[in-house]
Design a protein around this ligand. Structure first.
Ligand SMILES: O=c1ccn([C@@H]2O[C@H](COP(=O)(O)OP(=O)(O)O)[C@@H](O)[C@H]2O)c(=O)[nH]1
Ligand SMILES: O=C(O)[C@@H](COP(=O)(O)O)O[C@H]1O[C@H](CO)[C@@H](O)[C@H](O)[C@H]1O
Length: 324
C-alpha cells in the first residue's frame, strides 16, 4: 500500500475530476446516453413500511414513467415482519424475499446478504443501491449516481456523498451529526489503512451504483460490513480512477440505537481486519473475537454477536436456477 503522503497526493489529484453534484447529471441528458444500457434500482428493506412505498413511487413515477431511465425496481424483503413487501409491491416494485433468491444456498443474514441477493435477482447492466429507510429521497439520488456511469466508460463505481444531519428523539436536527459509525470507525480505519479512499466522505452511505460486471467480481460481506468491504475490494479490483463520488445534497434516515451502532462498528472492524489479513498486512497468532459485551442501563449486560460472513463473487457461482 502506498505511503499515506503519496496516497493523499493521489486523493487530491483524484478528487476534482471524480467529484460532481447530482445537478450536473440532468435526466434529460442521461436518457439519450443510456441507449441499450439497462438499469436496476435495488432497495434492501427490513421493516421499512413507513418509507419504502414513497421511495418506490418516486422512482417509478419520475424515472420509469416520466423518463425511461430505470428499467426495474427490485425491493429485497429482508425478512420483514411488517407490511414492507405489500407496500413496495403496491408502489410498483418487484419484491423478492431474501431467502428465496438462490434458495439452494444456506441463507445468511443482514444487509450485505440482502444486497447480494438483490444483485442476483436483478438484471440491469447498471445497478443502483438505495436504502429503504430514507426520508430525504428524491429521483436525483438515482440519476446523480447514474450520471458518471452513463457518461464515462472509465467509471465503474459511484458513491454518494451528502450532508447527514442527525435527528434526535427530541426532534432536534443537528447538522453534520449523522453518520456516527462513519466518523468514529469507518473513516479513521480508511485513513489509517486505505488512505487512497480518504476522499470518500461517506464510505458507509447506503446509496451507490456500479456496473454489474464489476459487482459480480467482488465478495459481499454480510450484515453491516458490506459497504466497507465493497469499497476496499473495488479499490483493489478497478482502482481509484474508476471510482467516482456524487454529492446528492442531504440524507436523512431512520437512526438506529447506540447499541445497534456498536454492533455495526464491530462488524466493520472485523471486515477491515479480514482485508488487512487478506492483503498480508497483518499477521496475528489468533483471530479476533466475534462477540461484544454491551452494557445497558440498570447494570444490564448483553453479550452480542458481531461476526460477519461473506458471499463469494456472484460470477464464481454456477447458477443452478434462473434467478431473474
Ligand atoms: O438485515 C438487514 C438490515 C438492514 N437492511 C436494510 O438496509 C438499509 C440500511 O439499514 P439500516 O437503516 O438498518 O442502517 P443505518 O442506515 O441505520 O445504518 C435499510 O433499508 C434496511 O431496511 C436490510 O435489508 N436487511
Ligand atoms: O453511516 C453511519 O454511521 C451509519 C449510521 O448512521 P447514523 O449515525 O444513524 O446517521 O449508517 C450507515 O451505515 C451502514 C453500515 O455501512 C449502512 O448500511 C447504512 O446504509 C448507512 O446509513
Amino acid at each position: 500500500m502506498e505511503t499515506d503522503l503519496r496516497a493523499l497526493a493521489k486523493v487530491q489529484k483524484w478528487y476534482g475530476p471524480h467529484s460532481s453534484t447530482a445537478a450536473e447529471w440532468p435526466v434529460e441528458a442521461l436518457v439519450p446516453a443510456k441507449g441499450a444500457t439497462t438499469v436496476s434500482v435495488v432497495l434492501p428493506a427490513r421493516d421499512e413500511e413507513r418509507t419504502v412505498g414513497d421511495i418506490v413511487t418516486v422512482i417509478r413515477r419520475d424515472l420509469v414513467e416520466r423518463t425511461p431511465l430505470v428499467d426495474e425496481i427490485v425491493v429485497v424483503d429482508s425478512n420483514s415482519t411488517d407490511a414492507t413487501a405489500e407496500l413496495a409491491r403496491a408502489a410498483g416494485a418487484r419484491v423478492v424475499a431474501q431467502d428465496e433468491v438462490l434458495s439452494h444456498l444456506p441463507p445468511l443474514t443482514g444487509k450485505g446478504e440482502a444486497l447480494w441477493k438483490g444483485l442476483a435477482a436483478s438484471a440491469g447492466d447498471l445497478v443502483v443501491f438505495v436504502d429503504a429507510d430514507l426520508r430525504s429521497f428524491g429521483a436525483h439520488y438515482v440519476s446523480g449516481l447514474l450520471g458518471p456511469l452513463l457518461m464515462d466508460d472509465g467509471i465503474d463505481f459511484v458513491k454518494a456523498t451528502y450532508e447527514r444531519p442527525y435527528t434526535g428523539e427530541d426532534g432536534v436536527v443537528r447538522r453534520g451529526a449523522g453518520g456516527r459509525v462513519t466518523e468514529l470507525v469507518a473513516r479513521p480505519l480508511i485513513n489509517l489503512f486505505w488512505p487512497e479512499l480518504a476522499g470518500f466522505a461517506q464510505p458507509l452511505g447506503g446509496e451507490y451504483a456500479a456496473r454489474r460486471k464489476v459487482l459480480e467480481q467482488v465478495p459481499f460481506v454480510t450484515e453491516y460490513g458490506v459497504e466497507f468491504g465493497l469499497l476496499v475490494d473495488l479499490l483493489e479490483l478497478v482502482g481509484l480512477d474508476a471510482m467516482a463520488q456524487v454529492d446528492l445534497g442531504h440524507r436523512t434516515h431512520t437512526h438506529q440505537s447506540m447499541a445497534s451502532l456498536g454492533r455495526m462498528a464491530g462488524q466493520i472492524m472485523l471486515t477491515a481486519w479480514a482485508r488487512l489479513e487478506r492483503q498480508g498486512r497483518v499477521v496475528a497468532p489468533q483471530s479476533p473475537a466475534r462477540t461484544l459485551l454491551q452494557f445497558g442501563l440498570e447494570g444490564r449486560a448483553d453479550l452480542v454477536d458481531v461476526a460477519v460472513a461473506e458471499r463469494p463473487p456472484l460470477a464464481s457461482l454456477v447458477l443452478e436456477e434462473d434467478v431473474a
